[in-house]
Design a protein around this ligand. Sequence first.
Ligand SMILES: N[C@@H](CCC(=O)N[C@@H](CS)C(=O)NCC(=O)O)C(=O)O
Length: 213
Amino acid sequence: MKLYSYFRSSAAYRVRIALNLKGIEVEQVGVHLVKEGGRQNTPEYRAHNPQGLVPALELDDGTVITQSLAIIDYLEAIRPEPRLVPADPVLAAKARAVALTIACDIHPLNNLRVLNYLKGPLGHSQQEADEWYRHWILEGGLDAVEALIEGGRFCFGDSPSVADICLIPQVFNARRFKIDISHLKKIEAVDRHCKELPAFLDAHPRRQPDTEI
Ligand SMILES: N[C@@H](CCC(=O)N[C@@H](CS)C(=O)NCC(=O)O)C(=O)O
């Protein structure tokens, strides 16, 4: 299988963590999101993912699966252990709710193409775009996640779930944009614990073949 990825993409980072937790090896294909106007926008890449977004997972028969959470569902179906969604139905719903809060409500507002649109056609300054980013990452975003998670070693229970898989890359983004999250004590504790696990460490942007940091 091939994973179309970009070292800094937090959506691709989610899939890399899930692959590592499941012990599934893939070939990574770097799609540079900035060079030459963004290679995600080339016809060659859009033939794989018409949305022009990473990640995309190409199976050995050429089938392409887009959307990080759909890819993670697929991985869960083909390799059920270790579970990425808790067995308990309530915990499963809670873990999915946190994953969706991040993937559907925080991340899309702060995606590269949104920031480029704010700064380009809409004429906002870098400072205004930074304030937009900070606002949406915290307000109803990580502030809400802090209240939603149980906390402890992981978001829910004793093993990492899809909630942690979405949370850690979002924390990476927050720190990258120098957003103070020190008041989010449960999130900081989960982040520390996840960082003890090779599956999370090896998925970090710094450790990717196309890294620039
Ligand atoms: N909902 C999608 C989001 C994918 C996405 O937005 N990826 C970003 C990188 S994190 C991207 O490719 N951005 C390119 C752009 O904005 O032009 C998923 O979860 O896979």
